[in-house]
Write a protein that binds this ligand. Structure first.
Ligand code: GLC
Length: 562
């Protein structure tokens, strides 16, 4: 039967960070068999799909975002047959599987990069990457002034086969992540092949890493501005390494590959079988991001403006309205997200003073977030997010209310940013701590040996899954309730009308695909707000909510009684 609403338009997708979700073999790093065994938890949570961060062969210089072989699994995570088993089990449970595609760069240990080093300047092998001669009389200066997103310069000089200092190669990220040259036709056809490889294995789609970075401005002009586009004072400025118009043609060709697995014009087309792509594109303003989700490109693109919006009703309102308007103009849904493996978890972020710029990690010497306030606001933030029309991503552990680890010792940090900035940026390890399943098991149930690649803080114990299941006031039960109501009331596919309340109160009504209306009301003011007459509470982010008042920093879903 043909499903009228393609599944991805309102899907809730759960991000699994394979290193840290479930460890089947007890070596301290999560793996695919561990994940497969735990999948029923996600079916019970009520999500539609999982996205797995990279599990490919990799030296793990950037936790797997440095891929040495796109068609095989790193032994630390398992094997291809483990991947097949995971996909099959997920499908059996009604969960779709999205895998991570990393096209901006490979690992320096990828066969292509090794061949490029061996082949010498001007070779076809070098042309698959971005090699240039250096500046200055003896080529000792980098070809331009770009910096790496992880700190330090974006160019590294190699030694040629004869041992002499040679050309430089571009790496927008770590030195072990050389950027590919997307002007090269071999690069293009290779990635179309990689897409087919995984589609043939049964995956339902791809999350595309650094989707705004593949094409660089001609001539690689200097750029001294910020490396994060979302930090640009003037969002109409476009750095030469990001959001170049040439990327779109690549995504059109990929969309054609995906659509080939479920042709729209064929008899028996079923949108339930759509294969999808989601862009990780840190792009502003929303109209530029919307270009990635035009009908023949990506299906989804993470809305990072929303993730970055301060805890203020007017900012949230403006961000939501601008995103919906920009995406509506191209007929695309908006894809909401609050946390992922790259940012301080929202349960901690929202416990920092309002207006604090999002830090890259929090350490023991930094001002600590107010955990109680952060947890309260995080529950409200998720209650807002899951009421919004469009898709949503949940990052593993956020459903438990897990905070950031804010006291990791420096010696365990693994994010390349930490070393590349000599500790000035702590990096992302604090949001990547192994998951917590059972309070009284080794490693809180992450495995049965107690080994973990990053230490778990003791406050994770009381947040373990087994402490929350069936506890009405828990964060986990709040998420389950939100996901159930969201589905039953057709909220994700619905349309939004703003409600006019106090400026510090964020409120809108969704007319769901079932015809039912749900009002979301979030109180970002300092005083309680009375629930409007003729409404009753369906879901309350506040475990102490009394059904008549919405306390500060809490949110409710309401239905009409009259
Ligand atoms: C993306 C990933 C991040 C990775 C970077 C380089 O931003 O989400 O984890 O470090 O790309 O691949």
């Amino acid at each position: 039967m043909t499903n009228p609403t393609p599944w991805w338009r309102d899907a809730v997708i759960y991000q699994i960070y394979p290193r840290s979700w479930a460890d089947g073999n007890g070596d301290g790093v999560g793996d695919l068999p561990g994940i497969t065994a735990r999948l029923p938890y996600l079916a019970e949570l009520g999500v539609d799909a999982v996205w797995l961060s990279p599990f490919y062969v990799s030296p793990q210089a950037d936790a797997g975002y440095d891929v040495a072989d796109y068609r095989d699994i790193d032994p630390v995570f398992g094997s291809l047959s483990d991947a097949d088993a995971l996909i099959a089990r997920a499908h059996q449970l009604g969960l779709r599987v999205i895998v991570d595609l990393v096209p901006n760069h490979t690992s320096d240990e990828h066969a292509w990069f090794q061949a490029a080093l061996a082949a010498g300047p001007g070779s076809l092998e070098r042309d698959r990457y971005i090699f240039r001669d250096g500046d200055g009389a003896d080529g000792a200066l980098p070809p331009n002034d770009w910096s790496s997103v992880f700190g330090g310069g974006a160019w590294t000089r190699i030694r040629e086969a004869d041992g002499r200092p040679g050309q430089w190669y571009l790496h927008l990220f770590d030195v072990k992540q050389p950027d590919l040259n997307w002007e090269n036709p071999q690069v293009r056809s290779e990635f179309e092949d990689i897409l087919r490889f995984w589609l043939d294995r049964g995956v339902d789609g791809f999350r595309v890493d650094v989707a705004h970075g593949l094409v660089k401005a001609k001539g690689l002009p200097d750029w001294s501005g910020p490396m994060n586009m979302l930090d640009l004072p003037d969002p109409t400025q476009r750095p030469p390494m990001w959001d170049q118009d040439g990327v779109h043609e690549i995504y059109r060709s990929w969309r054609a590959v995906l659509d080939g697995y479920n042709p729209r014009d064929a008899e028996g087309y079923d949108s339930a079988r759509d294969r999808v792509m989601c862009a990780e594109a840190w792009v502003d303003p929303p109209e530029r991001l919307a270009r990635y989700v035009r009908p023949d490109e990506f299906h989804q693109a993470f809305n990072f403006d929303y993730l970055n919006a301060p805890w203020q009703a007017d900012s949230l309102r403006a961000t939501i309205a601008a995103s919906l308007a920009a995406d509506d103009a191209v007929g695309a849904p908006t894809t909401w997200v609050l946390s992922n493996h790259d940012v301080v978890r929202h349960a901690s972020r929202l416990g920092l003073p309002v207006g604090t710029a999002r830090p890259n990690g929090i350490g023991a010497d930094d001002t600590q977030p107010d955990q109680e306030l952060g947890a309260r606001r995080a529950r409200a933030a998720s209650t807002i997010m899951l009421a919004l029309p469009g898709g949503a991503y949940i990052y593993q552990g956020e459903e438990l209310g897990l905070p950031e680890h804010t006291a990791l010792p420096d010696e365990v940090r693994q994010d390349p940013t930490f070393a590349r900035t000599a500790g000035a940026e702590l990096g992302r390890d604090g949001c990547r701590i192994p998951m917590t399943w059972e309070k009284d098991s080794p490693a809180y149930g992450f495995n049965d040996t107690g080994r973990t690649w990053l230490p778990q803080p003791t406050e994770f114990a009381d947040l373990a899954v087994d402490q929350q299941v069936g506890v009405a006031a828990s964060s986990l039960e709040l998420y389950r309730r939100l996901l159930t109501e969201r589905r039953d009331r057709g909220i994700g596919g619905g349309s939004l009308t703003w409600a006019d309340v106090d400026p510090d109160v964020l409120s809108f009504t969704i007319r769901g695909t079932t015809g039912e209306q749900t009002t979301m009301l979030a109180n970002l003011s300092a005083a309680s707000v009375t629930i409007p007459p003729g409404h009753e509470v369906l879901v309350d982010s506040d475990p102490d909510g009394d059904g008549t008042q919405v306390a500060p920093d809490t949110a409710v879903w309401l239905r009409r009684t009259s």
